[in-house]
Design a protein around this ligand. Sequence first.
Ligand code: SF4
Ligand code: SF4
Length: 147
Amino acid sequence: MIGNDNHYCKKKPDKNLSGFQCLCCGECCRWPGIVRVSEPECDAIAAYLEMELQAFLQKYTKIAPDRRGLILIDQKDGACVFLQKNNRCHIYSVRPRKCRTFPYEWDVPLEMQKRCAGRCKMREDIKKEAQEKAEGSVQGFFNDNIF
Ligand code: SF4
Ligand code: SF4
């Protein structure tokens, strides 16, 4: 399940990630860690699932390891309980803040960054753009100086 608290410590959103697009690979929902849920988030998710709050809390949450609040439970394989087989989040429109702010407000270790399809695509696009710019400048130089 999506990173642990140590990966969630940026004070300001990362401007370099302003063009980030999630490609719904589901990797961050499988990473070892916890997803804290606040009281209002529990209310919103329970309402979205059309469940009584108590029933939702019992079925989908447990006490955090540090006993400060609640976290979502995992599936048997360690993925978040709400990650579906198609890699989509079952509660996407009401997902907790921790999920909504990923990866903008996270310090994600490199090894994990490489597993995020959205970040990998973004890196490739930036590289391609820089390459095209460089090729354009070389072409411009020849056009200006040779012909
Ligand atoms: S709540 Fe949704 S977005 Fe958050 S970890 Fe679970 S499946 Fe992923
Ligand atoms: S790892 Fe990245 S691309 Fe994959 S679901 Fe998470 S944010 Fe989206």
